[in-house]
Design a protein around this ligand. Sequence first.
Ligand SMILES: Cc1cc2nc3c(=O)[nH]c(=O)nc-3n(C[C@H](O)[C@H](O)[C@H](O)COP(=O)(O)O)c2cc1C
Ligand code: SF4
Length: 396
Amino acid sequence: MEKKVLLAENQPEFGAGLLKALAMDPSDVVGEIRDSGIKGRGGAGFPTGVKWSFAADANSSVKYVICNADEGEPGTFKDRILIEKYSQRLMEGMSIAGYAIGGSKGIIYLRAEYPYLIPAIEKARRTLTDRGLLGENIQGSGFNFHIELRHGAGAYICGEETALIESLEGRSGMPRNKPPYPVISGYLNKPTVINNVETFCAVPHIILNGAEWYHDLGSGECAGTKLFSISGDVGKPGVYELPMGAPLSDLLELVGAEDVQAVQVGGASGTTVPASAIHRALSFKDLPPGGSVIVFDNTVSMIDVLDNFMDFFVHESCGQCTPCREGTLQLQKAIEMIISGEIHSLEELDGFFKLARVMKTTSKCGLGQTAANCFVDIISNFTDFHRDNCSHEGDE
Ligand SMILES: Cc1cc2nc3c(=O)[nH]c(=O)nc-3n(C[C@H](O)[C@H](O)[C@H](O)COP(=O)(O)O)c2cc1C
Ligand code: SF4
């Protein structure tokens, strides 16, 4: 099979994508992103071009572009590497978004635990400004774009886009009701595009090389490439880029994973699969990729892993809605009862599986909607309480 040149191996001069975009009509820029098929790399996988088109169509003289650099999902560290190495590419992607939707202000919301990245971001901003690629009247085009750096609040929930906006506006990071979606009424009630670091970094590549080129980097219906932060029981942990749709086994081979018991794809809120499922595809249709892949070998107690993740959700739930606030506590209690031997049968877990479904369907935001995923997967696949009909696989 022909080897595809991935984004990491194909690094054009910073600014070249923006210059090309500025010579295009903004609606054609949106069209190129839409046709590329790129879906947001922050987890939910919403089509980026569709998001931008909503914001472009919104009737407002003020619009915002926000980069979600909160990166709080356990096991995820790809955005940190992108910011370290490619802050200029990130700002270029944000500027292209601003041009496409008719906005002139960008904000990078940086994870509170990443203060050491601030110099890299400041340096990139200075360099782009000095080169006339950021600020007023960029390259004489009449397009103005400024980027501000804001520090995160140190809570996982602030990565949820409406909680992030609340945090930016100076309030506690509590998710808002949706609709209205941020593209219609976001930061300061203005139309706002929020994308992940990796999404913005891909944008200049798409503009320079074309929608078809990007689309064809992926396989099947999944466009482009994807970064994975891999940790756990592997020989070579780190950040890897693969075509979207690649089988999980390709990734495990690259990182030297042996004696695999379980792989968690997409972080604590993602999907946990047994070794027998490594043929499955890293794609929004099969194993939604998010940013994190954690490998557990056969020495690991998966119920302890589950205990750990549920503690995380209990701690990080913002407490605003009952299914999530109380549901995570109840699931934590069930896990403790399994560990202490107080639960002996599947029947005793029935109510907790029902609760997991209620949390999924009635929680207000993605945290509560996905917090039970690890409970369902790990209990179903890695304990004696097998329950084949309760998987959440295929959910998005
Ligand atoms: C609890 C929670 C935490 C999230 N954390 C992040 C994050 O750290 N970074 C991120 O890009 N998206 C995060 N998201 C997803 C964002 O809400 C949003 O979908 C994303 O920033 C959109 O960008 P994209 O379309 O480029 O993926 C989180 C979602 C939830 C529910
Ligand atoms: S689902 Fe959880 S994190 Fe989200 S609003 Fe409800 S309580 Fe807060």
